[in-house]
Design a protein around this ligand. Structure first.
Ligand code: GDP
Length: 368
């Protein structure tokens, strides 16, 4: 925790998290084209090389699939190198090809900007799904109805569920909301103690004395081996009675192929009907991201007791600080679920939480 580093971007919108930082080499690339119009970009392997190849396609005839195929192949490899899941890279290239097919290209610059724009538009569109999740607004709405706002965290082991749950607690407390953490990972040794340590630290940062005697964060736990759905239910009812604003439910990490554990998770969600189901996934995953998300959603659908099955509502993308510009997991995860990335974890302190900046991710993805 770095006390000098304020968590929310309070100048912009109260409580809103800082966006991911954004660094683009777009301008530099454009300049290169203008200064040296007769020469295609000399970069090899990246998008520079790919755009260079398009020069051969310039002419009065319209673009055909045959013209584009070698370029699309490079584009696909570039996306895969950035950690986009292979099958999604293929689908993305297909959509760009459809958009460009039949277009008449005038000059090299136009080809460059057209291809780049088509790809950029597709990527931004993926990263900005229709429904935006506004947690603070929804917590306030629940407050008005005198009930706690409930968030369930799920995902495989070790992706950073507990750590990011603690960061989100910190952010909520900074915004004046009290949090009850429900320790529903009754499976992994040490899971409860880990949350207890976070609770103690968070309470030290926000002691009741600073909040008019109100305890801002508390742990609800019943040890190990018990039914997680039952503990979550007790915790929600405790939070309602004690006037907590938010319940954050930690669940056991599970592999997407483990049927009994997936059924237990689906039951926890079906029984407790949380306001928000967050899938926690690390930015390090490549092709595996697709398998995890497809199977988590399928398990929730298969075991849902509701008519319209309850699926994942949003994503917490963790360990974003460890991937440099290999940001492809962000694309894979939103593409598969059509759900927003609600939080991005960017490190191991409570301040390392950001909101997604689609432009920043796309810029990193396009970078050669
Ligand atoms: P869980 O098993 O999913 O609950 O995972 P944990 O919360 O125990 O985290 C596993 C490891 O990942 C711990 O060492 C965390 O400190 C680390 N971790 C979690 N989130 C981040 C993040 O955003 N960035 C980095 N660098 N490490 C993280």
């Amino acid at each position: 925790f770095f006390p000098l580093q304020a968590l929310g971007d309070k100048n912009r919108e109260p409580g809103r998290l800082y966006d991911l930082e954004y660094e683009s080499d777009d301008e530099a690339e454009e300049e290169k084209v203008v200064q040296n119009p007769s020469k295609p970009s000399v970069k090899k392997g990246g998008l520079g090389g790919m755009f260079g190849m398009l020069k051969g396609l310039v002419g009065s005839k319209s673009l055909t699939r045959d013209d584009m195929d070698p370029v699309l192949e490079k584009m696909k490899d570039h996306l895969i190198a950035k950690n986009v899941a292979a099958e999604i890279a293929v689908q993305l290239c297909e959509s760009v090809a459809k958009k460009l097919e039949g277009k008449v290209m005038g000059t090299f610059t136009t080809v460059t900007s057209t291809v780049k724009q088509a790809l950029q538009e597709a990527l931004v569109q993926i990263l900005q799904p229709q429904r935006r999740v506004d947690v603070l607004r929804d917590v306030m709405d629940a407050q008005r109805h005198r009930r706690p706002y409930v968030v369930t965290f799920c995902g495989v082991n070790g992706v950073g569920k507990s750590t990011n749950l603690a960061k989100i607690s910190f952010w909520l407390i900074e915004n004046g909301f009290s949090v009850l953490i429900a320790a529903c990972d009754t499976f992994r040794a040490g899971a409860v103690e880990q949350l207890r340590t976070h609770t103690r630290r968070l309470n030290a940062l926000h002691p009741p004395e600073s909040h008019g005697g109100r305890t801002m964060v508390q742990l609800y736990e019943k040890g190990y081996g018990k039914d997680a759905a039952g503990i979550a239910m007790e915790a929600i009812s405790y939070a309602r009675n004690q006037g907590f604003d938010v319940v954050l439910v930690d669940t056991a990490g599970r592999m997407q192929d483990n049927a009994p554990l997936m059924t237990a998770l689906a039951k926890l969600i079906a029984v407790n009907a949380p306001d928000l189901v967050l899938f926690v996934g690390e930015a390090l995953v490549g092709n595996e991201a697709v398998d995890q998300l497809v199977k988590f959603n399928k398990a929730l659908a298969d075991h849902s007791m509701a008519q319209t099955p309850r699926l994942i509502d949003g994503i917490v993308l963790t360990k974003f600080d460890t991937i440099d510009d290999k940001v492809g997991a962000a694309i894979s995860m939103t593409y598969i679920t059509s759900k927003p990335i609600v939080f991005v974890g960017t490190g191991q302190t409570y301040c390392d939480l950001r909101s997604l900046n689609a432009k920043a991710v796309v810029a990193a993805l396009m970078k050669a």
